[in-house]
Write a new protein. Sequence first.
Length: 346
Amino acid sequence: MESNYDIIVVGAGPASSIFCRYISNRYSVLRLDGSFGREKPCGGLLAPQSVSFLKEMDLCVPDEVMVEPRVRHIRTMDLGTGRERNYPRNYVNMDRKKFDNWLKGLSGDNVVTVPAKAVNIRKGRNQYIVSLKFEDGLQRKVTCRYLVGADGAGSIVRRELFKGRKDAIKHYVSIQERYRLKDDEIFACIFDRETSPSCSWLFTKEDEISFGGAYEPQGARDNFEKQKKKLSDDQGYRLGEVLESSACMIYRPRRRSDFMLGDGTMFLAGEAAGFISPTSFEGISYAMKTGKALAEAFDSEDILSSYGKKVKHLQGDILKKRFKRPFMYDQLLRNLVLISGIQAEK
Ligand SMILES: Cc1cc2nc3c(=O)[nH]c(=O)nc-3n(C[C@H](O)[C@H](O)[C@H](O)COP(=O)(O)OP(=O)(O)OC[C@H]3O[C@@H](n4cnc5c(N)ncnc54)[C@H](O)[C@@H]3O)c2cc1C
């Protein structure tokens, strides 16, 4: 590891990995992987738009990344009214940790990856000074000309960009647990007005089942437990002993100002920039698409303006989902949709 690079990329999720694959080899790149081998809490479903993107890039998801069972439909459940419907969906069920590791391995020889967290960022005259912390607590400083934040929700680079200003992007706390599968396989999207203004999910992976959801930060754990109890007491799901529990922040963009692409020589990609669906929380396709757009923008004179043009349609796509939101999250409208059976399986 050198002490100076052209670009430092903070994070090693899908946005970072696709950026590192497509960034020109004229640049020396240091990538900081602060996950320390831990899996990001995730439903691990690849939406059709992610699959199409990978296909267009000629990237074939290896067999060992995919898991059974296949997703053929998602059940929408309203715990308040007890109404349920199955909606046909075609997602790829995958192992998120293996997916991230596969993507990490796609970068060029100009990218050096180190297992370290960025803990401090300082702007010097013509460079950034980034303090890194390794898992054993060891620290060191590295400098770069360009800084890329692909470090997801709660991004340290985003916080640096908003320094002195208020970052108003709405966020939830997401909690997820894994258990042994005791009942039939299920893929469900769960709504419960009493415990969450957002949604929760039940997903089957091989012989395990994950239950997770997004909650208001205050009282998140209590509301997660209440929902879990409703699932077992009212719906009869047997979740049993917790094999693993994880939590993280998740963004919900609501307006154009929630997107933050960068400033001068500092840029954001993926969820750190605000790219995630505010309705389904599908974020992998946006992460990969913005990572590629930013890498390509580095070939132009004005990186920020070129990047902005390339991702404008993605911002529009996310903002359009605001119109769909009431039909999912307003209990009255949601139940009218459930009763009508529009687009549902018979
Ligand atoms: C519970 C849950 C379920 C989800 N389910 C799905 C789903 O099924 N399908 C889907 O498409 N999307 C899903 N999403 C959304 C999706 O996970 C994210 O939108 C997507 O991972 C964003 O990719 P990213 O590369 O921008 O950031 P991330 O994938 O979050 O990657 C950021 C990386 O940066 C690292 N990092 C953070 N801070 C630092 C630092 N200071 N220094 C170094 N490294 C750092 C993190 O460890 C992480 O590895 C889900 C999200 C949650 C929370």
